[in-house]
Each structure stands twice: as C-alpha cells, then as structure tokens.
Design a protein around this ligand. Structure first.
Ligand code: ATP
Length: 316
C-alpha cells in the first residue's frame, strides 16, 4: 500500500467565507508505515484524516489528488467512495466510542456493518473472536450494550470493527485522548499489533500527544495552520527537528517519554492564525524567532535529507 497525497486543498464553506483548513498538503505514506500526525488544535489534522475517506457536507475539495496504490481516490465523489470504505480505507473518528448506537448490542452492530459491506457475518465470526481476544476483550461483549462497557473497552470494539475487513489504510483520530494513561498505551500497542499482523497495512495516527506517538510511530508529520511543516522519522522529529515550529513544539514537551497531558504547548507564545483569511507566505512567520523578509513567500516542502522534509526558508 502506498498513499500519495499531492497539493490537497480542502476548505470549509461558512457564511463568513471559506476556512482554508488544508491548503496544499503533499506527503507520501509508505507500505507498512505508521505515521503520527501532530500539531496544535485547529491546524487541520482531523480535516486531513476525514479528507482521505469522507468529506462532510461543509467540506469542499478545492484541488489536489490522493492516490492509493497508484489509483485515484475520488474524494469528491461520494458514491464512488462507498466501496473503498472499510475495504481499502477505514477511519476511527474522534469520539467514535461515544458514537456507538446505545440501543444496539455490540454483536448486532457488527453484523449490520458487515452486511452493509456485503460480507456474511458467519464467514468472519471466528476471525472476529480472534481479534476481540487479541485486544483483551471477552467475546461476551458481543451480547452487551455500549453502556455496559468502559471507555477503553468501547474504544477496542471500535478498533476491531473498523479493521475487520483488513483495510489497507487506517486513520485513527485521537483514539486515545479520552482514556487513562495505561489504557492509552494498551490501545496504541494494539494498533501497532494490527499492523504487524497485517490486519491493516499503514496507519495515520492523529494525536496531540507526541510522547505517545513517538513510542509507536515510524514517522511523525507536523502540521501548522493547514500546511505541512515537517515530516521525518519519529526519532528525528523528537531529537533533531529542523523546522522552528517543530523545535518549539518539542521543547514545550515536559519531558520526552512523559505522558502528562496538560500545558505542553504553553511554551509557544502567540496563537496560530485564523484560517478564514490566512496570512500569505509562511503561516508560522508571526510566531517564529527566525522569520525574515523571505518568509513573505510560502516555503516549499523540500527533502532536506533522505526521508526528512521541511518547509522553511532557513532549513532548505
Ligand atoms: N465544520 C467546520 N466548519 C468550519 N470550519 C471548520 C469545521 N471543522 C473544522 N473547521 C476549521 O478548520 C480548521 C482545522 O480544523 P481541524 O478540526 O481539522 O483541526 P485539528 O488539528 O484536527 O484540531 P483538533 O486537534 O482540535 O481536533 C480549524 O480552523 C477549524 O476551526
């Protein structure tokens, strides 16, 4: 599986104008790669995750392409996207565990989902049991209602449901943020296990928590105000970041490997620009200690060393 996203632009239409949430996003995801997607709230992480699978009614595809194994992913064509979901690309959305239908037992929900995808539940029953066991759930969860499960159990159910048809690409959006620290780690480890067992091939793991993603991801991509600013191996992003924003993001971490949730971004003065009328050029320039005249132009995302991309005039 190879994902290739090229100059993707997706805006939200609002009464006040277009919100430029993704403004020319380009990156590749290799077969087997687990990529953490990080950045401050509102930088476009969720929009990017959704754009790979389902545009909601306010999202507009302005330009750019997405290719999965060389084939165009027709994101603006809702009908053409249906066969791809769950089979090729699957999304665990933010708050997925709270969105489980409270009036349906888990087993029934899974069967409905399978039938809607043209799969007979009986054909997959053994595999379903194996996967529930793998994530530490007893099969009697199938007979229970969501309200009878803890948050961590619901999150594992959602993980199993989303990956049951072995999608090539899984997008996991903040799947651990509502969980306690030890459950977070267990959920993240299960997702890595899913990749190792080839239930999924590659994954985009959207998170605020660089400490968590550092331990599980192969690469980390950092977004800022609708742009990609840097992508590299997880250890390079944490230990030798080159973009000034990534450097500030990392230095604001209390301690690498720590999972303290609060206050980690307080070290960066100022706030990201609004995306209704975003500034031209580098969008970080107003907060950047290194900004100079050239930053009035948008810096291209360039490969500064093998496997390490950055969009900054000072690093090129
Ligand atoms: N339905 C919407 N209508 C208008 N603007 C939106 C909508 N959803 C998101 N946005 C805007 O798009 C931008 C990107 O939002 P997005 O949710 O993708 O960011 P994020 O990085 O995922 O944030 P968070 O970490 O808080 O989830 C933000 O400026 C946000 O205000």
């Amino acid at each position: 599986m190879t994902l290739r996203v090229n100059d993707l632009k997706v805006y939200y239409q609002t009464l006040r104008g277009d919100v430029h949430a993704l403004d020319g996003v380009t990156f590749d995801l290799a077969d087997g790669e687990i990529m953490g997607l990080a950045g401050e709230s509102g930088c476009g992480k969720t929009t990017l995750g959704k754009s790979l699978i389902r545009l909601d009614s306010r999202m507009r595809h302005i330009g750019g392409t997405i290719e999965l194994d060389g084939k165009d992913v027709p994101i603006a064509d809702e009908k053409a996207m249906v066969p791809l979901r769950y089979h090729e690309i699957s999304l665990i959305p933010q708050y997925a565990m709270s969105a489980l239908n409270p009036t349906r037992k888990i087993g029934r929900m899974i069967n409905d989902l399978l039938r809607a995808r043209g799969v007979r539940p009986a054909d997959i029953a053994d595999e379903l049991k194996r996967r529930l066991e793998l994530v530490g759930l007893d099969t009697d969860v199938l007979d229970r209602f969501p309200i009878e499960l803890s948050g961590g159990m619901k999150q594992r159910v959602v993980m199993v449901m989303s990956t049951l048809l072995n999608p090539s690409l899984l997008i996991a959006d903040e799947v651990t943020s509502a969980l306690d620290v030890s459950t977070q780690r267990a959920v993240a480890e299960s997702l890595v296990e899913f990749r190792d067992r080839e239930y999924i091939k590659s994954m985009v793991f959207v998170t605020h928590d660089i400490s968590l993603v550092y331990q599980m991801a192969d690469t980390i991509m950092v977004m800022y105000a609708g742009h990609i600013v840097e992508k590299a191996s997880a250890s390079t992003i944490v230990n030798a970041p080159r973009h000034p924003y990534t450097q500030m993001l990392i230095s604001a971490l209390p301690e690498v490997g720590s999972t303290t949730e609060q206050g980690r971004l307080e070290g960066i003065p100022g706030t990201p620009p609004g995306l209704l009328n975003p500034p031209t050029g580098c969008r970080f320039k107003d907060r950047c200690p290194l900004a100079f005249a050239k930053c009035a132009e948008r810096p291209p995302l360039v490969e500064i060393e093998p496997g390490h991309w950055a969009a900054c005039w000072k690093t090129g």
